[in-house]
Ligand binder design. Structure first.
Ligand SMILES: NC(=O)c1ccc[n+]([C@@H]2O[C@H](COP(=O)([O-])OP(=O)(O)OC[C@H]3O[C@@H](n4cnc5c(N)ncnc54)[C@H](OP(=O)(O)O)[C@@H]3O)[C@@H](O)[C@H]2O)c1
Length: 256
């Protein structure tokens, strides 16, 4: 367990659901976190982990230095309406997909508004987070508790990250499910199929930090060997094309 730093800022997380609770679980290990939400079991769990649970969004916003908004896009406007009197000169960070910077700024013109995009790996400090529009040392320090963080120069990049950082883990989980089913279909037991699949995904990701995909494929694929049989099937089924189509469709929706 990391120690809380008494000099650090406090964060109010408005709407602790899937994403908000993942962020809260990680941040509370280092800084003060106040959460609001509607799901009792999530709020009880967060209280047990050291978060302050607050019923009122307005009160939560008034108590914290940073306000993170993690409600669904359709609920952002009503939350902004509720908290607008409490966030003058405060830093308000929206994690909602599709909700544009200018729209948010219009609702809370006297606040420092940011948009950020991350993913549920925040809980383990393994998220990939981008934020916009300007460098902020304190915010970057807080977001870095969640994992890798980058400032992006355009809002389009935040929207694209909705697909690439926010949604893509679900697609990778689908791919992994395919490998596990394949293991079962070929006669491996479920536990072993899952173990080997997770090992090859993390091993491949690790190896590709240092080399290009083509080189790894070349190393593994012996002429006339077993691997090329599988590669041929992947090519026939246009796997790369299917991934491109999935990502492009997701990004189109995120761009609005
Ligand atoms: N999930 C992800 O992996 C992910 C990744 C990147 C970005 N995001 C973004 O993060 C946001 C949240 O996504 P999510 O999947 O975490 O949604 P979620 O699980 O529905 O979490 C939002 C929570 O906020 C609660 N809520 C709604 N209005 C509220 C209000 N006025 N005051 C307090 N709480 C309120 C909701 O309650 P009810 O259940 O009663 O509606 C829900 O429990 C979305 O805007 C999404 O675009 C999500």
């Amino acid at each position: 367990m990391l120690k809380r730093n008494s000099d650090s800022n406090s964060v109010a997380i408005i709407g602790a659901g899937n994403l908000g609770s993942a962020i809260a679980k990680r941040l509370v290990q280092e800084i003060e976190v106040i959460v609001t939400g509607r799901r009792k079991e999530i709020l009880n769990d967060l209280r047990d982990r050291g978060c302050e649970v607050e019923k009122s969004n307005t009160k939560a916003a008034s108590k914290a230095d940073f306000v993170f908004i993690t409600v669904k896009p359709k609920d952002v406007d009503s939350v902004l309406e509720e908290i607008k009197g409490e966030v003058k000169d405060k830093k308000v960070v929206s994690f909602a997909a599709m909700k544009k910077f200018e729209e948010i700024k219009k609702s809370i013109p006297n606040s420092f508004v940011f948009r950020a995009m991350t993913n549920v790996f925040a809980e383990k400090g393994l998220a990939f987070t981008v934020y916009y529009p300007a460098y902020d040392e304190e915010l970057e320090r807080i977001l870095s508790i969640l994992g890798e963080v980058h400032l992006v120069k355009t809002e389009k990049e935040v929207d694209l990250m909705t697909a690439f950082s926010g949604s893509a883990p679900a697609f990778v989980a689908k791919l992994i499910q395919g490998f596990v089913y394949a293991g079962l279909s070929c006669g491996l037991n479920a536990e072993m199929a899952k173990k080997v699949t997770l090992s090859i995904f993390s091993g491949t990701a690790n190896a590709l930090k240092e080399k290009e995909s083509e080189n790894l494929i070349k190393e593994i694929t012996t002429p006339g060997g077993t691997t090329i049989q599988g590669i041929k099937k992947l090519e026939e089924n246009r796997v790369e094309f299917a991934i491109m189509e999935a990502m492009e469709a997701t990004a189109r929706k995120a761009l609005g």
